[in-house]
Write a protein that binds this ligand. Sequence first.
Ligand code: 13P
Length: 257
Amino acid sequence: MSRTPIIAGNWKMHKSPKVAVAFVQELASMIQPYDKVERVVAPTFLALGSVAAALEGAALKVASQDAHWEESGAYTSQVSAAMLQPLVDYVIIGHSECRAFLNETDENVNKKAHAILACGLQAIIAVGESLEQNEAGETVEFVRSQVSAALEGISAEDMRRVVIAYEPIWAIGTGRSASGEQADEIIKSAVRDTVRALYDDAVADALRIQYGGSVKPGNMEEFMSQPNIDGALVGGASLQADDFAALIEIASRVKGM
Ligand code: 13P
């Protein structure tokens, strides 16, 4: 089963609209040869409109870093999936920073997934365990529960528009990453096999799963060489055009694109 690799840059709270537009214009020309790899950038809400306009028909897709599940309403600070629909291809939900700072719960992640898919968008659902859970040997059980909760009620048909990102919290922004083999093992047993049990072989084998957490050009090959890892969700290294382009080049080469 061949899955299209997907490398997404989660810019978090970085890059003003002006800086973001200049960045994607530079990056788009650098990554031109690697068009078999799906490339995505996730600017802040503020920069989404200008980045989407600058990229029209170009080599990069745009993601939002979150979306509310209601279409509109009294939800101060929020932006709905329906409002994002004309601007983005993907919405990232369930990021551990949102779980930690914004009280993102499994239940809300599931509501957001339904809203995103109902709008015709694609979802990148982030899951991952804390250091304490990892050290207590609870990783597989915990990640399985996050995956099952996020996907509740999502049809097999809609699963074609879902990507899952496994990001161990202890590896995010710390410079400390899981080894390729460790990450592949968790991704297989806690993500792909959970989806296999919830759906079937076809859905599980088609599902694209990213690794995230201190991915950089120096360790990208190790992750991309793993059979169950189909791409990366990248924070820090996606903020530098050279590094981000190098990640995309490595994914293209290692995955034989
Ligand atoms: P870093 O690549 O900076 O560790 O961040 C990972 C991440 O949180 C991507 O969503």
